[in-house]
Design a protein. Sequence first.
Length: 342
Amino acid sequence: MAVTAAQVKELREKTGAGIMDAKKALVETDGDMEKATELLREKGIAKAEKKADRVAAEGLTGIAVKGNVAALVEINSETDFVAKNDQFVALVKETAELIAANKPADNDAALALKNAEGVALADAYVHATATIGEKISFRRFALVEKTDEQHFGTYQHNGGRIGVITVLEGADESLAKSVAMHVAAMHPTVLSYTELAPEFVHDELAQINHKIEQDNESRAMVDKPALPLHQYGSKLQLTDEIIAKAEEDIKAELKAEGKPEKIWDKILPGKMGRFILDNTKVDQEYTLLAQLYVMDDSKTVEEFLKSENAQVINFARFEVGEGIEKAENDFAAEVAAQAGMN
């Protein structure tokens, strides 16, 4: 039977398929709209399955806030061209909003969520893969919650490649956003040193000292003094006994220098601060509170927030593709893929 332009238009609006795909489906099903829709769905699944083994390490983060719940998601594509596709951008937004509204327990529960049209997210991703032409995948999400008295800070950097949500108490949304910008720039992985594993601190300190040893080899070649190695890397290692011993050593040093004992109390805080700074390099690299605040690098984040009578409660940060081994594709291959030549 002859297929009309109106039928093709209706099927396209219903499925998002291309003109030729919609027309072929209608011809194959003798104009039966339901059968044509099912045929396109089956073809979409087949196309998606063929792309399942491809590496999708580009994409976008998405953020949605629903009352006291915020969702951060990462959706991947194979190329950054597709990350700018309107259908892809809409899917990221829809995914974040559904997750913020429904608070699923895990990825499987998230993909089972249905949109306003009654389509499960899992099917929406299959459809997107089929119609966009490359693998589109839902990678992960984080849910962040707050109380009525607390504030969210949200920030997306580099067109959405990095997404951050913070929760602050005793502050406003503007300060919460500033802290989110810091998190985007400095990439802390945890809030406080108390969240670091002792084995992790040990290994990271070894790496820091190894780099110092390498630098000292170069310094020796040009007669520069060697830099000292760090005894400790985190407040996790600085027990009360170690702090007390450091204070006694500083006092002994001041005495040896002939400094009057009556002024030691003025000198001691600065020297102890230096001792802690020198021996918490792992904290400064990985923990938000110990990092120098990018908006005021004379203070750590913790010190700055204390001066503002504020406190950071929680944060989440996603960067697109982190931890994914990317395929080595050249630019010409990406262009060809976008043009449908592959």
